[in-house]
Write a protein that binds this ligand. Structure first.
Ligand code: ATP
Ligand code: MG
Ligand code: MG
Ligand code: MG
Length: 470
């Protein structure tokens, strides 16, 4: 049975044998891209290569890219612990052609890898193509020999990729693995596609157009390929598991957390163990890449991830800071592939330990307020936004932590009154500076800004919040 480390190597070596240059993962904090919170796909480090601004000495590349999807356009934070296939941190395996090969060879390379090297049974595989991409439809028939019934045309924006409002864009084609009829969920494009029976393994993006500011599209003279396959999802299939959290790497992390807390990995607290294992990875890799917990921007996303895991540790009855004690297991599992984890180990442990020590001081009190104020609520009710704001402001509960805590009971949070309470506090603070000079700005505004975060962070927080309530 292949472990995650072997599968990663097998992927990279396969593409190297097919003329691709193995490029190391780029950091989670994107270089020169302030618009992006975290690296969330393999192509991020190649953006300028695709647009032609940057030249590389190779035209084909392959990577295993560290990704975090816990903010911005792609946010899987609320899926963690609840779906079998989402993490906040994951590795995206990819192959890239910079104006070299295109659709036919990309499909051929992917198909051969999954069916021949990985040995996935053909009758478990389904492909999607963009609604009008007849070329891809024909290629899946010809190269893969898939019957038409298992090549599904999809119209949504999900199957048409674009880098931004302008620039390279094109149709996608995705490979799904069918985990069998014991698991609920319909095929891609069906009404219950959100189930976990058909899991999206690999996304192939065919960059064939350039979108201009007036909305029109030009054919790119040299179309390119960008693909992404989730390493953990591939590993699940190869290890005969349906659930990503049952693969070797997660079993090791979950067992360590279970040993320290006495929780049963298959028992009622299963979701908490998964959240802890997932968030440990995200936090550790972010810290290794230079992010530290703070009250705004990237540091605040890290803090939210850490504190959310820490609440789950508390739920498991941990009496002492827990997260930092799991770092050794993570380093053992992933440190060879990512030496930055080994180098930053002491910093990661210290950051986690300090944050958990501090947060535990207010966590218990905050949780008892949360219990008190929600005791009479039932499924479908809304938790008062003003109390959610007090929890945020006084007890250090990020809004999504409060939402996560209430989610199991089907209770949402009144975001409008949360935002109002925050606005009111800001207005009060503003009123108290009027007439003051610079000194006051420094003493009042900066600490307050630290506390509330920037406008950018507020917008972002609201976006996250809406996702949960909807
Ligand atoms: P899904 O529809 O399952 O959320 P996606 O369409 O958002 O996936 P892509 O943006 O196409 O994902 O990313 C390429 C690949 O990366 C996916 O096919 C999947 O294998 C993997 N992937 C995406 N998001 C996650 C995640 N949160 N955790 C683990 N793997 C992921
Ligand atoms: Mg997604
Ligand atoms: Mg998808
Ligand atoms: Mg996709």
């Amino acid at each position: 049975m292949s472990g995650v480390n072997d599968i990663r190597s097998a992927f990279l070596n396969y593409f190297a044998a097919n003329g691709h240059h193995i490029v190391p993962s780029s950091p989670l904090v994107p270089r020169n891209d302030p618009t992006l919170m975290f690296t969330n796909a393999g192509m991020v480090q190649f953006k300028n290569v695709f647009t032609g601004v940057e030249k590389r000495p190779y035209q084909r590349a392959t990577t295993s890219q560290k990704c975090v999807r816990a903010g911005g356009k792609h946010n899987d934070l609320d899926n963690v612990g609840y779906t079998a296939r989402h993490h906040t941190f994951f590795e995206m395996l990819g192959n890239f052609s910079f104006g070299d090969y295109f659709k036919d060879h990309a499909i051929e390379l992917a198909w051969k890898l999954v069916t021949q090297e990985f040995g996935f049974p053909k009758d478990r595989l389904t492909a999607t193509v963009y609604i009008d991409d007849d070329e891809a439809f024909e290629l899946w028939k010809k190269i893969a020999g898939l019957p038409e019934s298992r090549i599904i045309r999809i119209s949504g924006a999900d199957n048409f990729w674009q880098m931004g409002d302008t620039g390279p864009c094109g149709p996608c084609s995705e490979i799904f693995y069918d985990h069998g009829d014991k698991i609920p969920g319909g095929p891609p494009g069906s009404l219950d596609e959100d189930g976990d029976r058909f899991v999206e393994i690999w996304n192939l993006v065919f960059m064939q157009y350039e979108k201009l500011p007036d909305g029109s599209r030009l054919n790119l003279p040299k179309p390119s390929i960008d693909t992404g396959a989730g390493l953990e999802r591939v590993a699940a299939v190869l290890q005969g598991k349906h659930d990503n959290y049952d693969i070797d790497l997660f079993v090791a992390l979950i067992r360590a957390a279970a040993d320290l807390t006495g929780a049963d990995p298959q028992g009622p607290m299963k979701a908490s163990l998964r959240v802890i294992a997932d968030h440990l990875r995200a936090s550790s890799f972010l810290i290794a890449d230079g992010v530290l917990p703070s009250n705004e921007g990237r540091g605040y996303v890290l803090r939210r991830i850490m504190r959310r895991a820490m609440r789950h540790a508390q739920l498991l009855g941990a009496r002492e800071p827990l997260m930092w004690r799991l770092v050794g297991v993570l380093v053992r599992e992933m440190g060879e592939a990512y030496p930055e984890l080994q180098r930053a180990r002491a910093l990661i442990e210290e950051t986690l330990r300090l944050e958990e020590t501090r947060f535990r001081k207010t966590l218990e009190r905050g949780l008892s307020i949360l219990d008190e104020k929600s005791v009479s609520l039932k499924k479908g009710d809304m938790f008062d936004g003003e109390t959610a704001f007090t929890l945020y402001d006084t007890y250090g509960f990020p809004l999504d932590l409060t939402q996560d805590a209430l989610r199991a009971r089907g209770i949402g949070v009144d975001i409008a009154s949360f935002t109002d309470a925050m606005e009111q506090q800001k207005a009060k603070a503003r009123a108290s500076w009027s007439g003051s000079g610079e000194a006051a700005t420094e003493t009042i505004w900066f600490p307050l800004r630290e506390k509330l975060g920037t406008t950018e962070f507020l917008g972002y927080e609201t976006e996250v919040a809406e996702g949960v309530v909807a």
